[in-house]
Design a protein around this ligand. Structure first.
Ligand SMILES: C[S@@+](CC[C@H](N)C(=O)[O-])C[C@H]1O[C@@H](n2cnc3c(N)ncnc32)[C@H](O)[C@@H]1O
Length: 454
């Protein structure tokens, strides 16, 4: 992939997506395929990508939640401010206001100054912290700050002293600074890997997590040792069968909530169906996808979160292959499903997958209207979530623990929560407003229509 120099035509719009360093190519391809622009900047290990955005199209149609490799997605223009003079704030403010007004935006909620999540990028955090409040002040003085708008002014600093100016639609962008949800490591979790599952639950289930993860539900954790994921589920009151030839650690040993089986995760089958399958075995992605597909198609579990360790090349293709494996198996089994992939902050050379077989109640509660898509497409005739969704998944209003079921006390000291989210927001956004050049990481197959009673 070539890196082009940036043009300075102020009228040209470009998407700016943040990603894990090393995944620029993958995000670039994803943005390009789905948004239809040209990749104009995708330098290896830069931690961000820019893809042109045709001004003729609806501007704020892409949601960061629709992209596997994107942490954040902004609309920027090509007027780049060179940060060479002593005064960095006024030139940025001037360029920002011109850009915003040109987009028909009179007010913003606030202004954020960010930078790439790379070693070079992190060196810009002090500058960002210095510039951000001063820009806010200027917006305030200009009467441009208001609570009623959905836009946030964005500035993205790069290590080579440029500042991209842009805007984020708060409904379609990540709320967390740099698009990174921060979790505190629980002191008594057996591995840092616990944060990965905590993040996956936060990202995929959002405010629906209390409904989807209820005390006394049953889970199977394939490749469980040393136990970070099992610990995470245990903290939420689930009973877990942890399958791994290696040993569990800490609180999980001799714990009434956890049954440790030294067995092969590919051969293990549950005696009775469980609610959850989680799987963190290091294996070929397609093998994991087939395993997950088998579990859900056979009705052994209703929800699954799993990790796909990606190859160095053709990662998009590999994820797509796994999506097809799961989609086709569930289609064949006549199951309705929601399927999503996302590279989480805690994922390294991997992505995390989520599958859910929603009940009628869940489908109804969320008014998930799947759009018809011709059968036999490259995506196995799956149908996608429509725009009528309410932005989060799980059962609405299902906050807290059900009154009839009390959570069994976890055997741990209980001093730490299951990975405390430092900044919270309802994250999962099924509100896919994207005109789809290609399919979204969200795939939903609708339930068969209920026959009317005669
Ligand atoms: C990345 S670690 C899992 C970490 C775990 N999720 C945690 O939070 O602590 C992968 C685990 O998968 C296990 N594993 C790999 N292949 C397996 C198999 N075929 N059956 C069962 N476990 C397997 C390994 O023994 C290893 O403990």
């Amino acid at each position: 992939m070539t890196t082009k120099n940036i043009t300075t035509t102020p009228t040209e719009l470009a998407w700016l997506g943040y990603c894990r360093a090393g995944f620029e190519r993958d995000l670039g391809i994803e943005l390009q395929e789905r948004l239809g622009g040209e990749i104009i900047e995708a330098e290896e290990n830069a931690g961000f990508v820019r893809v042109s955005c045709s001004t003729g199209r609806a501007k704020f149609h892409a949601s960061v939640h629709d992209f596997i490799f994107a942490r954040q997605l902004l609309l920027t223009c090509d007027s780049v401010v060179a940060l060479t003079s002593n005064d960095r704030v006024n030139p940025i403010f001037e360029a920002l206001t011109i850009f915003l007004v040109a987009q028909g935006i009179d007010h913003v909620v606030d202004c954020r100054v960010e930078y790439p999540d790379t070693n070079h990028g992190k060196a810009l955090s002090r500058s960002a912290k210095a510039i951000e409040p001063r820009l806010r002040e200027l917006f305030g003085e200009a009467g441009m700050l208001a609570g009623h708008t959905k836009y946030r002014a964005m500035v993205f600093l790069t290590p080579d002293k440029r500042a991209y100016i842009g805007v984020a639609d708060m409904h379609l962008s990540a709320e967390d600074p740099l698009g990174i949800p921060r979790f505190r490591m629980p002191a008594d979790a057996p591995s840092r890997s616990t944060l990965k599952l905590a993040e996956a639950i936060h990202v995929f289930l959002g405010s629906g997590q209390d409904e989807a993860l209820q005390p006394d539900m049953r889970a199977v954790d394939l490749g469980a040792a040393p136990g970070g994921w099992t610990w995470q589920l245990m903290q939420r009151g689930l009973r877990i069968t942890a399958v791994d030839n290696a040993s569990l650690k800490g609180d999980l040993v001799d714990n009434a909530m956890v049954k440790h089986l030294r067995a092969d995760g590919f051969k293990y089958t549950p005696n009775i169906p469980v609610d959850w399958l989680v799987c963190d075995m290091v294996e070929q992605p397609a093998r994991i996808a087939k395993l997950v597909a088998k579990w859900l198609a056979s009705g052994w579990a209703r929800y699954a979160i799993f990790n796909l360790k990606l190859p160095m090349k053709k990662r998009n293709e590999e994820v797509e292959r796994c999506r097809q494996i799961i989609g086709e198996a569930l289609d064949e089994a006549g199951k309705s499903y929601i399927l999503q992939f996302k590279q989480l902050y805690h994922d390294r050379e991997e992505v995390t997958g989520f599958v859910m077989l929603p009940s009628r109640k869940e489908r109804f509660a969320h008014n998930v209207a799947a759009r018809d898509k011709p059968a036999n497409t490259s995506r196995g005739g799956q149908k996608k979530i429509g725009r009528e969704t309410n932005g989060t998944m799980g059962v609405k209003g299902a906050k807290g623990v059900s009154e009839t079921k009390r959570p069994p006390k976890p055997a741990s000291s209980g001093k730490t929560g299951p990975g405390t989210l430092v900044q919270t927001k309802p994250v999962l956004n099924l509100n896919s407003t994207l005109p789809r050049a290609a399919a979204s990481p969200w795939s939903v197959k609708p339930l068969p229509k209920r026959k009317k009673a005669k």
